[in-house]
Each structure stands twice: as structure tokens, then as C-alpha cells.
Ligand binder design. Structure first.
Ligand code: NZQ
Ligand code: ZN
Length: 387
């Protein structure tokens, strides 16, 4: 087992109606709030109105219109400007992962005098960040329990994962009832995202029985409860378990002591959504089985066998290669069965920029260091097979 130094300082407040605690939670951070949100879903579900009502007496500045795959320009830049102009004390992010990720970059940018892009690209290490509180409304990214945010810059086709311990939310409110309104497409994308977070940590060189068990249980839970959420969007028990599972996805708790895996599917998908602005979870679902098939070899075979038996219940007496192949097929068919388009062409991506994207990924994502190292040619082949 590898050494690690681990802390997740985020307070999770979970369950139906927990947002009532918002005023007392916000009181510890000050009086001036930047309220961030997306394209209006929080107004449709009455959450915006509820928050404003609860925070009477606070001074609220708003940043709305944060898009999926949140953009540096205008959202991060506007948020930083508002924080500085109004001397904001705390950011309250209400929405999905995109709203929260954008808020994390704003939180760091607000405490920095230069161009916030310096921080996102690690040219300069942030010295401080504003505190962040969130009410997460979509089960997917795990941003509510991690220190990362992913920011896109359209002019350069960059989509960068910006991670800094300063960016952990101080408090995350998780009320599963706010996810009842998430449509089938976004629910399925959330299931695929959280499953892939788990798979990225499971397929590593050095793992433990403990972590393997966590991951296998995560995957089974996400498949069972994910399906239930799709069948009955207001199934509280299913939405609740899915929400908690997603929360565990990205803060490394599933891989403490494991050797790093390199998160290859994320490295590839981030370029797809940077170039084509596609939905992150859909891109991952398309890439994952093709990546699996590409890296299946004598060395990786035992991991696939374990995955197939413990996650999908494949007969352990079958030949190992057959178990592995079946496990990859099961992965593909599960994503397909929850309504995800399983070809890049279906989400508007053709072969015209594959070489360019493969080069971008190879240069920027370091996948030659991944569990199963990927060269530029490997990446291009995975993308081509995904068409
Ligand atoms: O903008 P609004 O109107 O709020 O609508 C959103 C958006 O259109 C909607 N939505 C959110 N909550 C809803 C709802 N619709 C109805 N009811 C609700 N309760 O869903 C749409 C997608 O929202 P978005 O926030 O983009 O989705 P998600 O949470 O999946 O976030 C995706 C972003 O997170 C990044 C992805 O790359 C992508 O940019 N990631 C962040 C990670 C992290 N911070 O740790 C890790 C992930 O691997 C991922 O890369
Ligand atoms: Zn993800």
C-alpha cells in the first residue's frame, strides 16, 4: 500500500429539508454572498425562491447563467469581478457540478490580483480562496466533496481540472428531493460519470481488497439505484443512495493507498467536451468500454476478471479471457440500456479532428503515465473506435 496524506474538510448536511439550516451555516462566513447558479433549473424547482427567503438580511449579489462545461470567459471572470467589486465574504453555489466548479475558480480568483487563468493553469499557486457553500442539485460529479473544478476556455479548446486544497466546499447541502427534476439524459450522464470515477480508481496497479470492495459496491449501487431513478424520478430512496454514491466519487476515498491510475478516460473526455461542448457523462460512457477493450492484455486481464465477477456476477468458472470480454460488453450494454448514445457521431463528433484531439490529450494529460500507458496513437485509436 502506498503512503498518503488525506483530509476532506467538507461538512456534508444530507437529507430532506436540510436547507432550513442555511441561515445558521452562512452566518459563520459573513454577510455578503455571491449566489451562483445556472440557466434557471433552480427557479423551476422553487429552490432559488427558498434560498432568497431563507437569506433575508444578507446582502446577495448574483451570478447566473453558468453553463454546463463552465466557461472561463465570461462566467469565471464575471464572478471574480463581482466578488472584488462587492467585497463578497462567501460564495453560495446552487446547482450542478458546473455551477460549483465555476464557483471554485471564482473563489480562488477573487483572492488573487492577476489573471485567474494563472491559478487554473498552476502558473501561480493560490494563497487564499473565499469560502464556498453549495446546495448541489444534480448527482454526478462529486464536486460537492472534492477540491477540484473543471473550467473550459473556448478560445484555446482547453478544459482544465483545477485542483487545490483551498477549494473544498466548507459545507455541502445534499437534499435528494432537489434531484427529482433532473431529466433522463442528465440522470443517465450522472450515473455514467460516477461509475467512471469509480472505474478510473479501480483499474490501478496496486490496489487493496478494501478499496476494490468499495468500488465494486459503488458500481453495483449506481447501476441498481440509477435504473430506479430513471424509472421513477421521485423515488427518494434511490435518488438518495445515488446522490451519496456520487459524492464519494471524486475525493479519492475509493483509492486511498492505491497507486495512481492516471484517470485516462477523463483525460480523453475532457478534450471531447472542450472541442465539442458535449455532456461529460455521455462522453465518458462512450469512451470507457473502448478504452477497456484497448487496454485488455495479459497484464490487465486479472483486473477485468475480478471486475466481471464481482460487479456483474459473471460465472467465475468461465475462461478468464471470456469473463473479461463479457465484463466489457456488460459495461457497454448497461450504458446503452440507460439511454446514453454510445457513438461519438451521435453526439456530433466526426473523425475530422481526431488527430488534433489525440495530440492535445497526449501533450496535456500525461496518459503515458497511466495504469495502462497510452500514446498519442493509442488515444487516436480509442477515439476512432468510439466513432
Ligand atoms: O443550468 P441549469 O438550468 O441549472 O440546468 C442544469 C444543466 O443544464 C441541469 N440541472 C442541474 N440540476 C438540475 C438540473 N435540471 C433539472 N433539475 C435539477 N435539479 O443539468 C444540466 C447539467 O448541469 P451540469 O452542472 O453541467 O452537470 P454536472 O453536475 O454533471 O456537471 C458537469 C461538469 O462537471 C465537470 C464536468 O467536466 C462538467 O464540466 N466535472 C467536475 C468534477 C469535479 N469537480 O470533481 C469531476 C467530474 O469528473 C467532471 O469532470
Ligand atoms: Zn467525471
Amino acid at each position: 500500500m502506498q503512503n498518503f496524506d488525506y483530509m476532506t474538510p467538507t461538512r456534508l448536511i444530507f437529507g430532506k429539508g436540510v436547507v432550513e439550516k442555511l441561515p445558521s451555516v452562512m452566518a459563520q462566513f459573513g454577510k455578503k454572498i455571491l449566489l451562483t447558479y445556472g440557466g434557471g433549473s433552480i427557479k423551476k424547482i422553487g429552490l432559488y425562491q427558498k434560498v432568497v427567503e431563507l437569506l433575508k438580511g444578507y446582502e446577495i449579489v448574483e451570478l447566473s447563467g453558468i453553463q454546463p462545461n463552465p466557461k472561463y470567459d465570461p462566467s469565471v471572470l464575471d464572478g471574480v469581478r463581482l466578488c472584488k467589486e462587492h467585497k463578497v465574504d462567501v460564495i453560495l453555489a446552487v446547482g450542478g457540478g458546473s455551477v460549483l466548479d465555476c464557483s471554485k475558480a471564482i473563489a480562488a480568483g477573487a483572492c488573487y490580483d492577476g489573471d485567474p487563468w494563472d491559478l487554473i493553469t498552476y502558473k501561480v499557486k493560490a494563497k487564499a480562496a473565499l469560502p464556498i457553500v453549495d446546495i448541489i442539485t444534480l448527482a454526478a460529479t462529486g464536486s460537492e466533496y472534492d477540491a477540484g473544478g473543471v473550467i473550459s476556455r473556448t478560445d484555446t479548446n482547453d478544459k482544465i481540472g483545477y485542483i487545490d486544497r483551498l477549494l473544498y466546499p466548507r459545507v455541502s447541502f445534499l437534499d435528494p428531493t432537489y434531484t427529482f427534476s433532473v431529466n433522463k439524459k442528465q440522470t443517465a450522464a450522472g450515473i455514467a460519470d460516477a461509475m467512471n470515477h469509480t472505474i478510473e480508481q479501480y483499474f490501478a496497479e496496486d490496489t487493496t481488497l478494501l478499496n476494490d470492495g468499495f468500488c465494486e459496491s459503488m458500481l453495483r449501487s449506481l447501476m441498481v439505484n440509477g435504473r430506479r431513478c430513471l424509472e421513477n424520478p421521485e423515488d427518494y430512496t434511490a435518488r438518495a443512495e445515488m446522490m451519496l454514491a456520487c459524492t464519494y466519487g471524486c475525493n479519492n476515498i475509493l483509492s486511498l493507498g492505491n497507486s495512481p491510475s492516471g484517470w485516462p478516460c477523463h483525460g480523453i473526455e475532457h478534450a471531447l467536451s472542450a472541442y465539442y461542448d458535449i455532456t461529460h457523462g455521455e462522453g465518458l460512457a462512450i469512451i470507457t468500454p473502448r478504452w477497456m477493450r484497448h487496454i485488455l492484455n495479459e497484464h490487465t486481464l486479472p483486473r477485468f476478471v475480478k471486475y466481471g465477477i464481482n460487479v456483474f456476477g459473471i460465472d467465475p468458472t468461465l475462461p478468464q479471457k471470456e469473463i473479461a470480454e463479457r465484463a466489457i460488453d456488460e459495461t457497454y450494454h448497461f450504458f446503452e440500456s440507460i439511454g446514453i448514445p454510445m457513438h461519438l457521431r451521435e453526439v456530433g463528433i466526426d473523425d475530422s479532428r481526431i488527430g488534433e484531439m489525440a495530440h492535445h490529450i497526449a501533450v496535456n494529460e500525461g496518459l503515458d503515465q497511466a495504469y495502462a500507458p497510452l500514446s498519442e496513437e493509442d488515444i487516436a485509436e480509442i477515439l476512432t473506435k468510439s466513432l
